[in-house]
Design a protein around this ligand. Structure first.
Ligand code: ATP
Ligand code: MG
Length: 575
């Protein structure tokens, strides 16, 4: 079983299989991922991406990438490009790249059609009045005084709205449904508003922009979407989605789709069906775009791709493999149950993936020198190390070994704690792949700080010697000091220090919960075989964790590695 083998027969997978078996939608599966280009994608979006592309992929269907660009004030071309790159990085390729703005003319014609059917009207109420007329969950709304305008008057006003004759906010086009509906979304929802702002895709061509619910269902219909998969907050909007499609019959009305034909866009008939699933939430992070934008803009992180960010570009830079993110959401499954998943679960999947795919290397992050006094000054040899303990395909490499080594400071304890099985004064430990060393002498500076250890290597315990298998409790890693490669290593931890930074019931917000130790930079020593590392190459540094060469800052002249995850979960219960 590969990590991505489907593990759960979740309800959407079942529903789509049943639809195919019953020949619904002509047996086709067409989905879309519809981001709003108003920020970078995050790990939650990946849940939706994996579902939409995954369901299309496993059913021989297709998935479109559609930019839901109906709100020009918050959108930016930078986000459009970043979203495309992120989706591709996750391992998916869209069948068609579309924009809701490709359909602006169709939306407009649909507006006229609703007016002609007496199902839409131009309303002059202000935003505040609209709110007042809408009623509440317990009180029905009231009809707008503009609700009974004639078709002719509505058509004329709607055309003049489009022509730019009215000020922003002065009029809206509203559906004429039912102000007394128990579902507030059906109380004459706005379909169009006036916004005299340029749009990143259509420039100055439009000054009226469609509302999300209206634009989304029509976009789905003209793209031939069969399964419109979205998150739970749209459940109450589904009656409006269905109302619009039923009233408009977009694909059955050639006059509506004429502009698309003129644009050369490919279309197929479908009656999309909306199905909702619960959003993916992770603890120790925030995922709303608004909050992520504030972290970036206020300098609380080093940009969108900061390795501590839950953005996909941040996860990528952190070194999370795309395959692990896909496997994670597949395993978590899809349901209508809202839950927050522990970040450690994602890290566990990352570890599992990297355990199989990352070559092993040795590195020392917090060095102390160990001198093997019984070796000659000039001693130098190459030892052979397997690159992966469980997979011979990774091959092997030569690691230089000499009289002076770097070892981790915390692999030595002058006054050993109970159960400490590494180096202690007078004690022995195995140097990984090189033999057993005894610590003979501890050298300190004037302040009493340990600056060097002197030891002797048991020559009988060296590889190939009769005593090589002598039992000894601890094994530590090392790097030959004279051959080591200096590197900057960035040690990342959770960006927030509480599981639910979104919780502001105690008067504190996510800003008050930034973890001050979420980034630590150390100067480390690496074995020289890491010299040719390319950006984004991943390794396990033995005993320390998984590391990736930073995709932005790493170079041969200045190696920079990020810690992806430690080898064990330090957040597990009972820490
Ligand atoms: P945010 O709340 O972070 O701003 P959004 O829903 O406004 O996100 P969109 O760009 O509209 O962001 O999202 C594109 C698609 O991704 C939508 O279909 C949305 O339902 C889905 N999506 C967003 N966040 C999540 C999540 N946490 N889990 C699953 N799907 C998500
Ligand atoms: Mg949204």
């Amino acid at each position: 079983m590969t990590p991505e083998t489907p593990v759960a027969n979740h309800f959407i997978r079942t529903l789509i299989r049943e639809d195919r078996a019953a020949g619904r939608h002509g047996g086709q599966v067409v989905t879309r991922f519809p981001p709003e280009p108003n920020g970078y994608l995050h790990l939650g979006h990946a849940k939706s991406i994996c579902l939409n592309f995954g369901m299309a992929g496993e059913n021989g269907g297709q998935c479109n990438l559609r930019f839901d660009d109906t709100n020009p004030t918050k959108e930016d071309i930078e986000y459009v490009e970043a979203i495309k790159a992120d989706v591709r990085w996750l391992g998916f390729e869209w069948a068609a790249l579309r924009h809701a703005s490709d359909y602006f003319e169709v939306f407009y014609l649909c507006g006229e059609k609703l007016i002609r059917k007496g199902l839409a009207y131009v309303c002059d109420l202000s935003a505040e009045q609209v709110r007042e007329y809408r009623g509440t969950l317990t009180q029905p709304g009231r009809n707008s005084p503009w609700r009974d305008r004639s078709v002719e008057e509505n058509l004329e006003l709607f055309r003049r709205m489009r022509a730019g004759e009215f000020a922003d906010g002065s009029r809206t086009l509203r559906a004429r449904i039912d102000m007394r509906s128990p579902n507030i979304n059906l109380r004459d929802p706005a379909l169009y508003r006036i916004r005299k702002v340029p749009h990143q895709n259509t420039g100055d061509a439009w000054c009226i922009y469609p509302m999300y619910d209206y634009a989304h269902c029509i976009s789905d219909a003209v793209e031939g979407i069969t399964h419109s998969l979205c998150t739970l907050e749209f459940e109450d909007h589904r009656p409006l989605y269905d109302w619009c499609l039923d009233q408009l019959d977009v694909m059955g009305d050639a006059s509506l789709t004429e502009p698309l034909r003129a644009q050369g866009l490919d279309m197929q008939a479908s009656r999309p069906r909306q199905t909702e699933f619960a959003r993916g939430n992770l603890d120790y992070t925030v995922m709303s775009k608004r909050k992520l934008i504030s972290l970036v803009q206020e300098g609380m992180v080093d940009g969108w791709d900061d390795p501590r960010m839950p953005t996909l570009i941040g996860a990528r830079r952190r070194g999370f493999p795309a395959a692990a993110i896909r496997a994670f959401w597949e395993r978590m499954g899809y349901s209508k149950q809202v839950a927050t998943i522990e970040f450690s679960v994602l890290e566990g999947v990352v570890r599992e993936e990297l355990d199989g795919s990352a070559a092993r290397r040795m590195a020392v992050l917090d060095p102390i020198k160990l001198v093997l006094s019984n070796l000659p000054e000039s001693h130098e040899e190459l030892l052979n190390f397997a690159n992966h303990p469980k997979n011979e395909d990774f091959g092997s490499r030569q690691v230089p070994f000499s009289r002076e080594l770097w070892i981790e400071r915390d692999d030595f304890m002058e006054v050993p704690a109970k159960g400490f099985h590494r180096l202690v004064p007078g004690g022995e430990v195995r140097l990984r792949g090189a033999g057993i060393v005894r610590c003979d002498e501890v050298i300190k500076d004037a302040d009493g700080r340990i600056v060097e250890l002197r030891g002797s290597l048991d020559l009988e315990s060296r590889p190939g010697m009769p005593g090589a298998d002598r039992k000894i409790k601890g094994t530590i890693h090392w790097v030959s000091a004279g051959h080591a490669l200096a590197a900057e290593v960035r040690l990342y931890d959770r960006l927030f220090d509480v599981p639910d930074p979104d919780d502001d019931t105690d008067g504190k917000t996510y800003r008050d919960h930034l973890n001050p130790d979420s980034k630590r930079v150390v100067q480390a020593w690496l074995e020289p075989s890491l010299a040719g590392t390319e950006p984004e190459q991943r390794f396990q540094f033995e005993r320390l964790g998984f590391f990736v060469a930073d995709r932005r800052d790493h170079s041969a002249g200045h190696p920079v590695f990020n810690r992806i995850v430690t080898l064990r979960d330090s957040y597990a219960r009972g820490r």
